[in-house]
Ligand binder design. Structure first.
Ligand code: ZN
Length: 294
């Protein structure tokens, strides 16, 4: 089943909710980067967080989350736009740690608890919107919640989960984001908390067959929920052969000549998706001639 997210409101419009299933997206990211289970879970959570926050943006806007902790992953970057295109990478994908005290994949240990979450929003304005907060646990969900509460002053609850199969592939992935306006009634807050506790870990819920519809139905039970819209989600990179070619065109003729002589061609790997772009010797030769120095 393809990934998607749903946006909803509840509690007389005071509660905004987004729920997403991202199993296909997280699995594609894992496969593209060859990520080991702990790294795959961390990346999947970060991509899900970006997708959920992307759902709060307007058309043509995008968001980048960068988790820079002191753990062995060396940092995670996740991007999403309002149209549901998601991409991202971990610096060191070949990381797998022993399970944590709860017997779960030790995402916090892999990300590291000391460091920062950097948020950059491209709102289509001249200047990017940026925000930075300290990492709380490195578990991603806690860190995003803390960012939303302290930096954007929006009381929020974020649940993220990725379940990795024994064969190393992503079995279930998804999450929810709840944002509460100040007018939210106390009894609604209490009901939300109770509903969230009943849902439990979101990765297990998705593995049991939960969809964005049923997650929202569970979480917003008794809160007069209204579904607003649906957005398809997918791992989509912005790279292309043409872009890779343009980047190579900015390299100095001398460096191009070295690439040409040493490697009989040139290769560029996209950091975000792992796609490899190879330029043949002929194409390189053409570029060298184009620069007028061949
Ligand atoms: Zn790419």
């Amino acid at each position: 089943m393809a990934d998607y997210l749903l946006r909803a409101t509840a509690g007389g419009g005071n509660i905004r909710a987004v729920a997403a299933v991202t199993t296909v997206t997280s699995e594609e990211a894992r496969r593209r980067h060859g990520a080991y289970p702990t790294a795959a879970a961390a990346l999947g959570r970060a991509l899900t967080a970006a997708a959920l926050m992307g759902a709060t943006l307007k058309e043509k806007q995008s968001i980048t989350l960068r988790f820079a902790g002191d753990g062995p992953l060396g940092g995670i970057t996740a991007e999403a736009d309002s149209e549901g295109r998601v991409r991202g990478f971990v610096k060191q994908p070949k990381v797998h740690l022993p399970p944590n005290a709860q017997g779960k994949l030790d995402v916090g240990g892999a990300v590291g608890r000391n460091g920062f979450l950097y948020v950059v929003k491209d709102l289509g304005l001249k200047e990017m919107f940026t925000g930075t907060t300290e990492l709380q646990t490195g578990e991603i969900g806690d860190d995003v919640t803390y960012y939303l509460v302290t930096s954007e002053q929006t009381p929020s609850a974020v649940g993220l989960g990725v379940l990795v199969d024994p064969d190393g592939s992503v079995r279930a992935s998804g999450g929810y984001l709840l944002q509460l306006l100040p007018q939210t009634r106390e009894e609604d807050r209490e009901l939300l908390e109770k509903n969230l506790a009943e849902l439990g870990a979101v990765s297990w819920a998705i593995d049991r067959g939960h969809t964005p519809e049923t997650i929202l139905a569970q979480v917003l039970q008794g809160l007069d929920a209204k579904i607003l819209d649906k957005t398809d989600l997918a791992f989509r990179c912005k790279c292309s052969r043409e872009r890779a070619y343009r980047t190579l065109a900015t390299i100095s003729p001398e460096d191009l000549r070295v690439m040409h002589e040493e490697d009989q061609g040139a290769e560029m790997t996209c950091q975000f998706c792992g796609e490899v772009y190879r330029l043949t010797e002929e194409e390189l030769q053409e570029m060298l001639q184009g620069s007028g120095e061949s």
